[in-house]
Write a protein that binds this ligand. Structure first.
Ligand SMILES: NC(=O)c1ccc[n+]([C@@H]2O[C@H](COP(=O)([O-])OP(=O)(O)OC[C@H]3O[C@@H](n4cnc5c(N)ncnc54)[C@H](O)[C@@H]3O)[C@@H](O)[C@H]2O)c1
Length: 280
């Protein structure tokens, strides 16, 4: 089986790492050769991290990387059995990418999206054969997190669901099936929690440290909501909230003004060195 991952960022590289770790051939496709190579570097770094935590060996890293390729051209998805797109959370971009990928794969190939919040039914409209399409929502970091939220669209066939489930199990994940509702389950819960935490911070109810400590020590969460937002990326959180709000108009998901201000200032969380916290 060959897997193509479109997008070479946080999620694309993580998903590619998972695929080659399980012995699948994989290719990372990005919008340029240079960006695809960056994705390969991220995968190598991901393995180094796993080795430092004794979760992988150097031999496993070398064997897995020998299964991985990269390209800046969409036609190199050809020959893939499963295509997983992980480009930015923008409906028009995702539609363009999945439609282009479909032109280069066989009619038997599955096409999946790693979207956090965009409707599977809306995206499937870009495809000639929407029955092959579904959501496979990996969590970050993909090599570490054990669950995939599998989203069934209205047109998704049972065969697609069964094959995707079997793939998920072969890469060692627990598959949880949900319906195509705004935010599915994961981000419906998480974004409401993060947005409310940001509003509480903005209202001066408590400091960021106090809010995060309550979640960690009171709810036994490994990270507080503001630390987690920094980890996900404040721009990514804002985009996910906007996408959910655009679909259901529920004010819970209207991005908090403080979140918008931080993103506008370039404070995008850990990846930019600053978010709610500083990471210099
Ligand atoms: N970051 C998270 O915690 C997380 C978790 C689960 C799901 N997601 C979802 O995964 C998707 C990707 O998120 P990310 O955090 O990896 O983003 P990212 O910004 O780290 O990576 C996006 C990648 O897409 C590439 N790209 C942009 N335009 C492209 C095009 N036209 N063709 C091919 N590649 C293109 C970029 O070069 C980049 O490598 C989004 O839909 C996001 O909502 C993110």
């Amino acid at each position: 089986m060959k897997i193509a991952v479109i997008g070479a960022g946080t999620m694309g590289s993580g998903i590619a790492q998972v695929a080659v770790s399980a012995g699948f051939q994989a290719v990372i496709i990005s919008e340029s050769e240079e960006s695809a190579k960056e994705g390969m570097k991220r995968v190598a770094l991901g393995f180094d991290k796993a080795i430092s935590k004794k979760a992988a060996t150097k031999e496993q890293k070398d064997a897995a990387l020998s299964l991985l390729g990269c390209s800046g051209k969409m036609e190199d998805v050809s020959g893939s059995d499963i295509v997983i797109e992980a480009v930015p959370e923008d409906i028009e971009l995702k539609k363009k990418v999945v439609a282009e990928a479909e032109r280069h794969v066989s009619s038997a190939a599955i096409i999946a999206t790693n979207t956090s919040s965009i409707s599977i039914d809306a995206l499937s409209k870009a495809l000639k054969y929407p029955g092959r399409f579904l959501g496979l929502h990996f969590f970050n970091p993909a090599p570490v997190m054990k669950v995939i939220e599998m989203v069934r669209g209205e047109s998704t066939t049972q065969e697609t669901i069964d094959r995707a489930r079997s793939f998920g199990e072969r890469i060692g994940k627990t598959i949880v099936e949900v319906k195509d509702y705004p935010g599915f389950i994961s981000n419906r819960l998480l974004m409401a929690f993060i947005n409310e935490s940001v509003n509480a911070l903005d209202q001066g109810v408590a400091t960021k440290e106090a809010i995060d400590t309550i979640a960690k020590l009171g709810f036994n969460h490994p990270m507080g909501p503001l630390e987690l937002a920094d980890f996900i990326g404040l721009d990514v959180c804002r985009d996910i909230m906007q996408a959910i709000y655009a679909q259901n108009k529920d004010p819970k998901f209207k991005p908090a003004p403080l979140l918008e201000r931080l993103v506008a200032q370039g404070r995008r969380g850990r990846k930019s060195g600053h978010g709610f916290y500083d990471y210099a």
